[in-house]
Structure formats: structure tokens, C-alpha cells
Design a protein around this ligand. Structure first.
Ligand code: J2J
Length: 545
């Protein structure tokens, strides 16, 4: 299949290069340069294991050597589904060294999501853990492999840990002992160009099937650097990766890549609990971390209750979903940090509150764009710009915002305006300072504490349940998650309960976090004047808790 990706025009590209946003350097070459500059500094910490920049660079060569032995090369896509462990980054940089393209999967993804990612990306390999969170990923990969069949693109499954018996799965450890890719000029990145796609991120999605987001070396490196500048990162930065590494927020806003660009240290946290995180903050003198809103009350409570030394921690970012203002106001004093709100999207645009913003801006807004060349339009239903202070849909275009999804031309026609603005589906108000306040959304998606659920994807699977003849998934306000999902179902006979529905969706191969929190039987689904399911009306019918 050819890559018909829509991208920036020549003129725009020239402008972004001239402005210094796009530096023309691949991630493989960046790692090599980082090793030359920061060689003996610690780049990565996972438990008792540590890698200096020089060691990380050498490790990327080893992993690349092993992957090349499997036939993986420039432009090949590889689905990476690994939990927060150093191996995520060893694999990621190994792929960059070959000019290959990691596809970021989430640890919770199951047969349907992984199968879809493999199919759409045409991936030649998947990298998975043996087991994680009491789930056997080898079993999942056996199912995916069987489903793809011999005609599919998938050639290899690499397992971090025990590959299991006679499946033809490759052990990551064995891969690392293959002859390393030699460090000769030109072998830094397999000959990739900085304008090539460097990675594919998964969109939160609004349709039946999630879309892939192509990010180039040029644009993604700028994304990380622009965020790093706003956060004033330097070689003294110690970033704690609490959220999944595959999540754009933790990876590049500024996250892992921003920290490594600055010569700092990345520490991976195996779980997001405040106990685990605070112990790492103490031990590694962490300066920066990032959270989603549901974690905030737990972190705030534990900081007050425990006797932790959080003195090194300077900034805590919160984003991915709306942070209640009073949670924001309590977090800073409880941890003794500056809070930074982050309103970002894997598609591109990142908004950050500034470290020296007033407390009101920090607590009550979701920040402003990180690049002077981020173009933001707030428009009404007819696409006409609205005055500051009025709510409207956020459209955006700029040096690190995609112009088209990966192999999704049909979808692109509605997801972008004719002049290349991405329709975010977020409803915002812009203040005269440029700060944005997220007030709602036009897209049919549920944001469950930062985890995005495309209503259409779940509804499609709900209809495969024999008892359900019609279904609508609706987001309703929730104390803990910000929003929870309620499935309204029409059933001629007995309606299944939430547990049965969850089991059914699991059978369908859907990630667990997409199962509805509640299932409500209804006689019929109300329609709007234009004949769409009236989800606002359904939400109103729900008895208030
Ligand atoms: C309200 N809604 C928000 C916020 C994202 C940094 C931070 C987050 C993401 C992310 C990211 C929000 N308040 N503070 O990629 O780099 C909702 C919006 C947005 C969608 C994007 C990053 N921060 N959102 O969450 O691609 O609806 O990226 O369009 O997963 O999350 O989701 P996603």
C-alpha cells in the first residue's frame, strides 16, 4: 500500500525550517549526538538499572542489530505495546536507529485494537511483554497472529521476558545479543530523513476504528523541544514517567524526549500510585512529572498524610482531561510545587500554563499554545470565528499538528478544513491572554479521566450482543473520573447487566477501559430533529446521583 499521507506544503515546510522549528535531525542521529554531548550522564533509570547516554546509544545499536537480523528496516512499522519499563525506550531508540517506525499501543489494548493497529499500519512486528497486569500478552499475540493469517504483514513477535515455548516468538534478550549495528557514519538512523514519519500515535477516536497519527522526526522533536523550553528543562531535570510511556503526554510534552533533549534523566515508574512515585522522587531527586486528573486527589492526600521528602519536585503537570479548579488549587501547596495544566492532543497542538502565570490562570485555564506559530481558531457551528470569551470549536494548524491521518483519506475530508486546520472537536473559550478554557466537546467521545473512548466503537460492539438491538454510549459527569460512560440499550427481551456487557466486550477483544460503567435499558433511543440519537436527552433521563 502506498503512503498517501497529506502533509505540509513546500512553502510551509520552508517557513518552519527557516524559523528554526524543524532542525532536519532524525531521532537516531539525536541519540548519537546526545551520547557525544552527555556521554557519562545518566539518561534512564528503571528500578536498580541505569543507563548513561553512551550506554543508551550503544543499547539502541544492539537492539537495532537484532531487529535488522529479523529483517526490520527503514520505514517498517512495528507495534510497541510495553508497560513502563526501560525496554520501551530501548526498543524505541533501536527502531529509530533503523529508520523504522514505532506504533504506540497502550498496555490495556486487546485483540481488536492491536489487530487493527497491525492491519492499518501494515506492521511487520509487534513487541510485547510476556505478562503484564495479570494478562498474558503472548496469548493475545497468538490470537492476533492467527487473525492476520499468512497473507498479513506481521512477521515477528518480540517478547520482553519469557517468550514461551515453540511459538516462533523471539526473545528480546536474545535479540540484544545479536551483533550490534556498527557505528559508522550514516548508520545513526538507517538513512531516514527528518521529514519521514518517525512514529505513529493512536488518536482518541470518534469513529468505529481508531486512527493513526503520523508524526515526523522534525515535527515531533519540535513538539518536545517547545514544551521543554516552556518548562525550562536543563541537564539537571529528572523526569518521572508515571503515565504510560506510549501516551504522547508522557513521551514528548516535554516528557521523555524533552528531558533527553535537555541532557536530563528519565525515571520510569512501574505504577502511578503516589507511594511508588514519592519513593522514586525521594531516591532519584525527581524534579518534574505529569499526571491525569483522577490521580490528583490521591497524590494530594498522600503528600499530606505521609512523611515524604518531595523537596526536589518543582513542577507537576496535569492534563488529558479537565482538572477541577479546586483540585488544582490544592495540589500545588500540598506537594510544594508549581502546577502546570496541559491541554494537548496526540494530533499535535499542546497548550501549557506558564510557570510564572498567576495562580488564577494556572488553576482555571488549560494553558496556551507552546509555539508562536500554532494557529488557533475558535469557531461557531458555521465555521465563523467567535470573539474571545465566547465558546466555540477549536481548530488548529501549525508546525507540529498533523495535516492528515495515516491512510485515512475519507476521514481526513471531514477532520480537516480545506485550508488544513485540524478540527479538534473540543469546545473552548479563549481569553485575551491566549489562554484556553476547555468547556466541552463536539466529538462523540467519552473522556474517562484522560482515557478516551470513541462512542461509535463501543456501540458497534454492543450491537453484536444477541440481546441488544440498539445502543448509545453517553458520557455523564462523575466525581472520580470526571466523566463515566453509560450504555443506553434497547432490548426486546431481558437486558444484560454491566458485568455481562463488559464480559461480552472483552470477548469482542476490546480494551477493558472501554466497557461502560453502567448499562441502562430503555424502550427506545430518542432522536434529534435531524434523526441522530439525542445523547443529551438520554443523559437528562438519567436519575441524578
Ligand atoms: C480537557 N480536555 C483535555 C485538558 C486533553 C498532553 C496532554 C494530553 C494529551 C491527550 C496529550 C485536556 N482538559 N487539560 O496528547 O500531549 C482532551 C481533549 C483533546 C483530547 C486529546 C498531551 N487535555 N484533553 O489527552 O490525544 O478533548 O491527548 O482533544 O489522548 O483530550 O486526547 P489525546
Amino acid at each position: 500500500m502506498t503512503d498517501t499521507r497529506r502533509t505540509w506544503s513546500e512553502a510551509e515546510s520552508a517557513r518552519y525550517r527557516a524559523a528554526g522549528y524543524w532542525e532536519g535531525v532524525t531521532f537516531g542521529a539525536r541519540l548519537r549526538a546526545g551520547a557525544a554531548r552527555h556521554g557519562e550522564r545518566v539518561a534512564l533509570v528503571d528500578g536498580d538499572r541505569r543507563w548513561t547516554y553512551a550506554q543508551l546509544d550503544a543499547e539502541a545499536d544492539r537492539v537495532a542489530g537484532g531487529l535488522r537480523g529479523l529483517g526490520v528496516g527503514r520505514g517498517d512499522r512495528v507495534v510497541v505495546q510495553l508497560p513502563n519499563r526501560a525496554e520501551f525506550l530501548l526498543v524505541w531508540f533501536g527502531l529509530q536507529r533503523l529508520g523504522a517506525v514505532p506504533v504506540h499501543a497502550m498496555p490495556g489494548h486487546r485483540r481488536r485494537e492491536i489487530g487493527h493497529l497491525v492491519r492499518v499500519s501494515g506492521a511487520v512486528a509487534c513487541v510485547v511483554p510476556d505478562r503484564h497486569a495479570r494478562f498474558d500478552h503472548r496469548r493475545l499475540m497468538r490470537e492476533v497472529r492467527a487473525e492476520q493469517g499468512a497473507d498479513g504483514s506481521l512477521r515477528h513477535v518480540v517478547v520482553v521476558g519469557d517468550p514461551g515455548p515453540d511459538d516462533g516468538f523471539v526473545s528480546f534478550e536474545a535479540l540484544r545479543t545479536a551483533p550490534p549495528l556498527t557505528s559508522v557514519p550514516g548508520s545513526d538512523d538507517g538513512g531516514a530523513h527528518a521529514s519521514d514519519v518517525a512514529l505513529l500515535l493512536l488518536s482518541g477516536g470518534t469513529t468505529g476504528l481508531p486512527k493513526l497519527i503520523p508524526r515526523t522526526h522534525d515535527d515531533y522533536a519540535y513538539n518536545a523541544r517547545a514544551c521543554a523550553e516552556v518548562c525550562a528543562l536543563d541537564a539537571g531535570t529528572v523526569y518521572l514517567a508515571v503515565l504510560p510511556l506510549g501516551f504522547n503526554f508522557a513521551f514528548a510534552c516535554p516528557g521523555v524526549l524533552g528531558t533527553l533533549t535537555a541532557g536530563g534523566t528519565v525515571v520510569v515508574a512501574p505504577d502511578p500510585s503516589p507511594q511508588t512515585a514519592f519513593a522514586l522522587v525521594e531516591r532519584e531527586r525527581v524534579t518534574l512529572t505529569s499526571l491525569t486528573p483522577p490521580l490528583v486527589p490521591h497524590w494530594t492526600e498522600e503528600a499530606a498524610a505521609g512523611s515524604w521528602d518531595l523537596g526536589s519536585l518543582a513542577v507537576v503537570q496535569v492534563g488529558g482531561a479537565r482538572l477541577p479548579e479546586d483540585h488544582a488549587r490544592k495540589l500545588g501547596p500540598a506537594l510544594g510545587v508549581t502546577v502546570q495544566q496541559v491541554f494537548g492532543m496526540a494530533e499535535g497542538l499542546i497548550n501549557l500554563t506558564r510557570l510564572d502565570d498567576s495562580e488564577d490562570l494556572i488553576c482555571a485555564t488549560q494553558g496556551r499554545p507552546v509555539s508562536p506559530d500554532d494557529e488557533v481558531l475558535v469557531v461557531d457551528d458555521d465555521g465563523a470565528p467567535v470573539p474571545d470569551g465566547t465558546a466555540g470549536e477549536l481548530l488548529t494548524r501549525g508546525p507540529y499538528t498533523l495535516r492528515g491521518y495515516y491512510r485515512a483519506e475519507e476521514h481526513d475530508r471531514t477532520a480537516f478544513t480545506p485550508d488544513g486546520f485540524y478540527r479538534s472537536g473540543d469546545v473552548v473559550r479563549r481569553l485575551p491572554s491566549g489562554h484556553l478554557v476547555v468547556v466541552g466537546r463536539t466529538k462523540d467521545q467519552i473522556n474517562r479521566g484522560g482515557e478516551k473512548v470513541a462512542a461509535a466503537e463501543v456501540e458497534e460492539q454492543l450491537l453484536t450482543h444477541p440481546a441488544i438491538t440498539a445502543a448509545a454510549l453517553v458520557g455523564v459527569p462523575d466525581e472520580r473520573w470526571g466523566e463515566r460512560s453509560v450504555a443506553f440499550v434497547v432490548c426486546p427481551g431481558a437486558a444484560p447487566g454491566a458485568r455481562e456487557v463488559a464480559a461480552h466486550l472483552r470477548e469482542c477483544g476490546l480494551a477493558g477501559y472501554k466497557a461502560p460503567d453502567e448499562v441502562v435499558p430503555v424502550a427506545d433511543l430518542p432522536l434529534t430533529a435531524v434523526g441522530k440519537v439525542d445523547k443529551a436527552e438520554l443523559a437528562r433521563r438519567l436519575p441524578r446521583a
